[in-house]
Design a protein. Structure first.
Lengths: 344, 315
């Protein structure tokens, strides 16, 4: 063997070109990070909203206020009858309590917070008057790490990024080379075409690792997203995702001769998956009629599997069907791409 | 024989029916010679060279490169060819040396990239990104990429198009030294001076057909005189062509706009005779120049047109 190895040199060239292109590095690593931080902040858990309750002036008003005031979620004030009516109408309060026999609750039942306030206030007053609970109950709050929106979001963003960089990093780069007649120039040498394609795919798989580390790392460090799965399983799953979407990228690039064409094709492929594949919300929410389409998309299956492995600690074995669907997309794309690829 | 083409044809389906880019071309390029394919834009030069390079399939005809045909052992054949395409944009973010090492890696045997870089004068740009190179430096890099595999046969498609005079001369020196190393070179160009300086033999093509073949001096000799006298008179061209061609030592007369060119065997006989004629007719001479006949004159003689679009078109 000579000291010049074509696969090594092609891969090195790919790596150098990528790392020397600050924009490519930003869109691959910086953008998902910013997205995760932005969405994490937007959907962070807010303190519980206070409910405003007015008590109409009455001999018993002071006593009612005494019962209600200790409740942390209620803000209680006493006003005259007309003031109470105005405040309710303007939305400054959610409920007016008129003491007497019987006590009257004045509110708009179509306002959810008013309906809630009525139940809360009734409950507090009944207990204060001596009502006993028939069944013992307790609270368990679902705001711990692993059950929040940001926990749902991070694996979805990882999947989205694997899709985007697979398609752009392979499809766009190859068409760019075709436009520049670089593909033709390569074909004019004895370069093995498989070496070239492997360097493209190989490059993608290498760039995938920092993506994985940046997105999951940000999730863990900034939002305490729990990683319950085996790191190797997460790595292998991401690798398969990167591979499958590289295959799609290659397929998109087989014939396109203009950058506009390939950009359009890629958006055509990615748009349905951005919407349907459960990046930002669960794909199960779509109506049953759409489900066959939703479930057939590779990103849907990748996102399901990533969430199961990352958040629930599922084994790869338990995700076999999802893995097979994803791998089929990649494999079929590759075979078709190799068959139809236009070198010059 | 390094290259043999027989009855080569290439048809494209254009908007206005079938276009013959190459129309029955026969060519033979000998080993060790620098062969020029000369013709105007659209003559079919690039189509011809790309068929020879195995990048395009001919519609019909035979091509034999170094005794082999495309479609048999292409990889073995490619190992022996060096190719510079008309326009290749190499990766902008790779350095000159990295690009050469990349291309070197495709060949089983070849030259040291640093050595090739030195031979095209790019050593001081070794670490510069390709995107930062000038047009001339990029073309020298393209030639260097064609050389790293130490080819027996080199294809250069319009290597100096769009370059400034100094860069062109630099490339000519490189190409000439390659010829001296005994390599076979096929070069396409629409610059007649380039073909004259570099090529042992030239094929002039027009509309996909061969219209002349020979060494530059042989082709110029077909004009019947190796000098050209050009003149212009104050009120247009008042002398009939037949009268000019009847002058002693004049072989051919051509008029374009206000300019008239005479192909002449002996200028010292033709010029006094011309001046006498002008005086007899009372015409005022405003320009008179003599030069050696060139391949450009051969092309104009054969087709009535100039090689390049930017020259004056025939009157």
């Amino acid at each position: 063997m000579t000291k010049y190895h074509p696969l090594k040199e092609l891969s090195l060239a790919r790596l150098r070109e990528f790392l020397r292109e600050p924009e490519a590095v930003f869109w691959t690593y910086g953008f998902p990070l910013i997205l995760a931080i932005g969405l994490g902040i937007a959907f962070r858990n807010r303190p519980v909203d206070k409910v405003y309750v007015d008590v109409q002036e009455h001999a018993l008003a002071a006593q009612v206020v005494r019962y209600l005031s200790p409740q942390p979620d209620l803000v209680v004030a006493t006003h005259s009858a007309s003031e109470c009516r105005d405040r309710l109408r303007l939305g400054k309060s959610s409920l007016v309590v008129v003491p007497g026999n019987p006590y009257t609750f004045v509110y708009d039942p179509t306002r959810p917070e008013s309906a809630l306030a009525r139940q809360r206030v009734d409950d507090v007053l009944q207990r204060a008057a001596g009502r006993k609970d028939a069944i013992p109950t307790r609270e368990s709050y679902a705001t711990e790490p692993g059950a929040r929106y940001i926990d749902f979001l991070v694996p979805g963003l990882l999947g989205m990024n694997l899709m985007g960089s697979g398609l752009w990093g392979v499809g766009f780069v190859i068409v760019d080379m075709r436009v520049r007649k670089l593909l033709k120039r390569y074909v004019a040498t004895p370069m093995k075409r498989t070496d070239f394609l492997w360097s493209m795919i190989g490059g993608r798989l290498v760039f995938m690792l920092p993506e994985l580390v940046v997105i999951l790392g940000a999730g863990v460090l900034l939002f305490h997203v729990p990683i319950r799965g085996n790191p190797l399983s997460i790595f292998l799953l991401s690798l398969l995702g990167a591979f499958s979407f590289s295959g799609l990228g290659l397929l998109v690039a087989t014939r396109a001769e203009r950058l506009e064409t390939v950009s359009g094709l890629m958006n055509l492929i990615m748009l349905p998956m951005w919407i349907l594949s459960g990046i930002f919300f669960s794909p199960d929410r779509f109506p049953g009629m759409l489900q066959p389409l939703v479930q057939a998309l590779p990103l849907t299956q990748l996102n399901y599997a990533l969430r199961a492995v990352i958040l629930e600690g599922a084994s790869l074995h338990s995700q076999t069907v999802r893995i097979l669907i994803l791998a089929a997309w990649g494999g079929i794309s590759f075979v078709c791409a190799l068959r139809w690829f236009r070198w010059n | 024989m390094a290259i043999r083409c027989r009855n080569l044809r290439k048809q494209y389906r254009g908007r206005s029916g079938v276009v013959d880019a190459v129309n029955g071309l026969d060519l033979e390029v000998r080993r060790g010679e620098c062969f020029g394919l000369l013709g105007p834009n659209g003559a079919g030069k690039t189509t011809t060279i790309e068929i020879m390079e195995g990048l395009l399939a001919a519609t019909s005809g035979e091509v034999e490169i170094l005794g082999m045909r495309w479609g048999q052992r292409d990889d073995d054949l490619r190992q022996r060819l060096g190719i510079s395409l008309q326009e290749t944009k190499f990766p902008e973010k790779l350095s000159v040396l990295e690009t050469l090492v990349l291309f070197r890696s495709f060949y089983r045997s070849g030259k040291d990239p640093a050595e090739v870089m030195e031979s095209v004068g790019l050593t001081e740009k070794a670490k510069a990104w390709v995107g930062k190179l000038s047009g001339g430096q990029r073309q020298r890099l393209a030639v260097a990429c064609a050389l790293v595999g130490d080819p027996d046969l080199l294809f250069l498609d319009e290597p100096t198009t769009g370059l400034d005079p100094q860069s062109r001369r630099q490339l000519w020196d490189i190409i000439r030294s390659l010829g001296e190393q005994g390599r076979t070179i096929l070069i396409t160009t629409h610059y007649m001076d380039e073909a004259e300086r570099l090529c042992d033999r030239v094929a002039i093509v027009d509309h996909g057909r061969l219209i002349a073949l020979g060494s530059p001096s042989e082709l110029i000799a077909t004009l019947g005189g190796e000098h050209v006298v050009e003149f212009a008179v104050a009120n247009g061209n008042g002398i009939p062509q037949e009268e000019l061609e009847a002058l002693p030592a004049v072989r051919e007369a051509r008029s374009e706009a206000t300019n008239t060119a005479l192909t002449v065997t002996e200028p010292h006989i033709a010029i006094p005779a011309l001046l006498e004629t002008l005086q007899a007719r009372g015409l005022e001479l405003i320009r008179l120049a003599t030069r050696h006949a060139s391949l450009e004159d051969v092309f104009v003689h054969l087709t009535g047109r100039h090689l390049r679009d930017d020259e004056i078109s025939p009157a």
